[in-house]
Design a protein around this ligand. Structure first.
Ligand code: NAP
Length: 482
């Protein structure tokens, strides 16, 4: 068998078994490109999640005590299984989420890279021997897996958002209960199917689908869950931070963004446009690191806009499974309506739609790639995450001014700047309040680097050597009388 059905699982994976919801209820999963139902998943809740937590807790001691190289070996096998099945997994991702197949394949590939990266990093999760203040003592700092980890992920990167959590957790010996987004559960359940196939012990990786409130509630209430890692909206993230207080869990939060994309007069125009296209229109603008506000300096503004419009009008919109498609549908009609609201607000406040601006003739949730010029700080998109294929262009004059404008938001995830001036690159690094800065690059996600935001974009890092930290507790042993 090949194709997306190979890895489509309609059950939940709890303690090594594929099971339905206790109630027998299911949720339909639809393909946003066609509206067709592609299958169902269990509508599970608190009781099923509690069983998954019990299974993860029971599996934890043996898994944490497993020989490091045996655990690392399992992660290598997981990496290989992903790569061997990348075509089918990518098709499954496109069918449930809508992104073009090439992007879906890229997501599966980077997910596999995260697994391999953390298999490597776990071998370097070193402790320390620290000089003691008095003779006769030795101080050792050691690191230990935190225990059971609860994971909650969004629909926009349904496979790789879990890779960045499953990789570090499993590599250091934590066990997992994961809840994928309801719109895109199959790429999450596929992780369980792959883990089962490569031989992870039962209970190590559990995946539950259904009511977000009930599943997350069971995770938050359980003292056995020692860490929650969440990727999603800032609103839900704040709620989870509050809930984590009762059992004092570690939390990692990868939340919303409002990325400025700054183009200075001295930028390489072609590279800047290429970067803006990749940053803005990848995944139909539905990424947390998407360029949300394009600030373009007065001297290059008109040339930049002309080139950007030309490239935007050349984008092919369609079903992500079709050859040559650059932009798939938006995830649902709510997302379409939200983009329409941004456009209408901007129009009322003097914004000019220079291309797109409306639903696509293909119908459904397809939307025309859109550019608005004469954008101002009074418009909604200056404050809020767009999460759609809409690029607002703001004009600015000086470096000092644009740093202020770029920082004028509660978010601090990714930002971008194009300039040939090396001194300016350093000034931007120091002046921009963001967790990630792309200088002359519109695509910055890579396994070697710590992905994550500051301010209300979250806390904790995913990737890099820092990506292991949140899955480890630090202990210290003081040995006296030596
Ligand atoms: P969302 O509504 O916050 O949902 C994310 C996850 O949380 C889903 O699994 C969702 O379940 C669950 N959820 C919803 N309400 C919940 C509640 N009250 N308690 C516990 N869990 C709950 O976000 P989204 O719309 O799917 O994703 C888009 C957001 O994610 C954007 O803001 C984007 O910037 C952010 N994001 C951030 C990063 C990053 O690395 N910083 C990466 C990707 C996306 P259901 O699906 O069942 O509702």
């Amino acid at each position: 068998m090949s194709g997306y059905n190979t890895w489509l699982r309609e059950g939940n994976f709890i303690n090594g078994q594929w099971v339905g919801a206790d109630s027998g209820e299911t949720i339909d999963v639809t393909n946003p490109a066609t509206g067709d139902v592609i299958g169902t998943v269990p509508n599970a809740g608190g009781a099923e999640t509690a069983r998954a937590i019990d299974a993860a807790q029971a599996a934890f001691p043996d898994f944490a005590a497993m020989d490091l190289m045996s655990r690392v070996g399992l992660l290598w096998k997981l990496h290989d299984a992903l790569m061997d099945n990348a075509d089918d997994l990518a098709e499954l991702l496109t069918v449930e989420m809508g992104k073009p197949l090439a992007e879906a394949k890229g997501e599966i590939t980077i997910g596999a890279q995260y697994i391999r990266w953390f298999a490597e990093e776990a071998r370097r999760a070193k402790g320390e021997i620290v000089p003691a203040g008095v003779n006769g003592r030795r101080i050792l700092v050691t690191r230990h897996p935190v225990g059971v980890v609860g994971m909650i992920t969004p629909w926009n990167f349904p496979s790789s958002m879990l890779a960045r959590k499953i990789g570090p957790a499993l590599s250091v010996g934590c066990t997992v209960v994961a809840k994928p987004a309801t719109a895109t559960p199959y790429s999450g359940l596929a992780w369980a199917a792959l883990a089962e196939e490569v031989g992870f012990p039962k209970g190590v990786l559990n995946v539950v689908t259904g009511s977000a409130r009930k599943i997350a509630g069971a995770m938050m209430d359980s003292p056995a869950v020692r860490k929650i890692t969440f990727t999603g909206s800032t609103e839900v993230g704040k709620e989870l931070i509050r809930q984590s207080a009762d059992t004092v869990k570690k939390v990692s939060m990868e939340l919303g963004g409002n990325a400025p994309f700054i183009v200075f007069d001295d930028a390489d125009l072609d590279k800047a446009v290429e970067g803006a296209m990749a940053s803005k229109f990848r995944n139909a603008g539905q990424t947390c690191v998407c360029a949300n506000r394009l600030y373009v300096q007065a001297g290059i503004h008109d040339a930049f806009v002309a080139r950007l419009v030309e490239k935007t009008e050349a984008l092919k919109v369609g079903n992500g499974l079709e050859e040559g498609v650059d932009q798939g549908p938006m995830v649902d009609m709510n997302a379409v309506e939200k983009v329409e609201e941004f456009i209408s607000d901007a129009r009322q406040k003097g914004g000019e739609v220079v291309t797109g601006g409306a639903r696509h003739d293909k119908g459904g949730s397809f939307f025309k790639p859109t550019i608005i010029t004469a954008a101002t700080q009074a418009m909604m998109f200056a404050r809020e995450e767009i999460f759609g294929p809409l690029a607002p262009v703001f004009r600015f004059d000086s470096e000092e001014e644009v740093i202020k404008l770029a920082n004028d938001t509660e978010f601090g995830l990714a930002c971008y700047a194009y300039s040939q001036d090396l001194g300016r690159a350093f000034r931007l690094n120091e002046g921009l309040d963001y967790g990630m800065i792309g200088i002359n690059s519109g695509l910055i996600t890579t396994v070697e680097a710590p992905f994550g935001g500051v301010k209300e974009s979250g806390m904790g890092k995913e990737g890099g050597s820092q990506g292991l930290e949140d899955y480890l507790d630090t202990k210290y042993v003081c040995i006296d009388g030596i």
